[in-house]
Design a protein around this ligand. Sequence first.
Ligand code: DAK
Length: 259
Amino acid sequence: MAYEFITTHTEGEKVGVITLNRPKQLNALSPQLMVELGQALKAFDADEAIGCMIITGNEKAFAAGADIGAMATYSFADVYRDDYITRDWETIRTIRKPVIAAVSGFALGGGCELAMMCDFIIAADNAKFGQPEIKLGIIPGAGGTQRLPRAVGKAKAMDLALTGRMMDATEAERAGLVSRVVPLDKLMEEALGAALMISGYGRMAVLAAKECVNRAYEGTLADGVMFERRMFHALFATADQKEGMDAFVNKRPAVFKHQ
Ligand code: DAK
């Protein structure tokens, strides 16, 4: 499919890479870009060969937020009545395969929120995260006030949302927002390594692990543990569980068939 504001390609025939591509606007997330991102995510999710996806930007910006120019003149009626951009920002939550955010440069406002909607974040050492909406007279609108405290705790989330300051990659890793920090020139190598590794595992175990970890955010501990227990039991119905364990016992590499 031809896109205007993103590019897509595959790596190793198993990883779908989506690159946000509005460099002059620091990848500001226009409504059209979010439509295209949703289409690309859905297409990779439906592609049997793909086991994992990566969303990335460029060296200067992952994304500097929703497009301020596009929002500037909206009235309350425009955004409330028309449920401003909500549907196009929720697509990523419906994607079942893992999505990694490979972040370099600015990840601000909606850009930070998009990264947090991915399953985990690998950051380059020049990454900067923040929720600067307060400076525009608004607040985060795509989950920033909810996902950020879950990731970094209330104190730091309040600090970022109320002051609008940015945090660098070191602080973001220390706070638990990102899983790894690597030198800028190693970012894609690191993200691809992780994505290829995930794609090589049994697909059902991967989907189940993602669903279970996400449960930790949305219910009680008891419900989450029970959900995990049932998913764990269910994986014994898969051929991949037999393969994985037989390979370990016989000291050979496992070859998963996603069945
Ligand atoms: N939107 C539009 N254009 C942007 C932009 C943005 N968010 N960020 C940067 N640009 C544009 C600049 O206007 C500039 O354009 P030209 O002047 O060259 O035409 C170009 O990108 C380069 O930017 P700068 O010249 O400013 O570059 P600097 O290196 O000096 O500064 C910066 C980089 C990232 C610190 C600065 O650009 C900046 O502060 N940008 C704004 C960051 C920001 O406030 N982001 C939050 C936006 S509000 C929702 C979903 C999402 C959202 C809300 C609701 N729902 C589902 C309901 C999200 C809201 C937001 O993200």
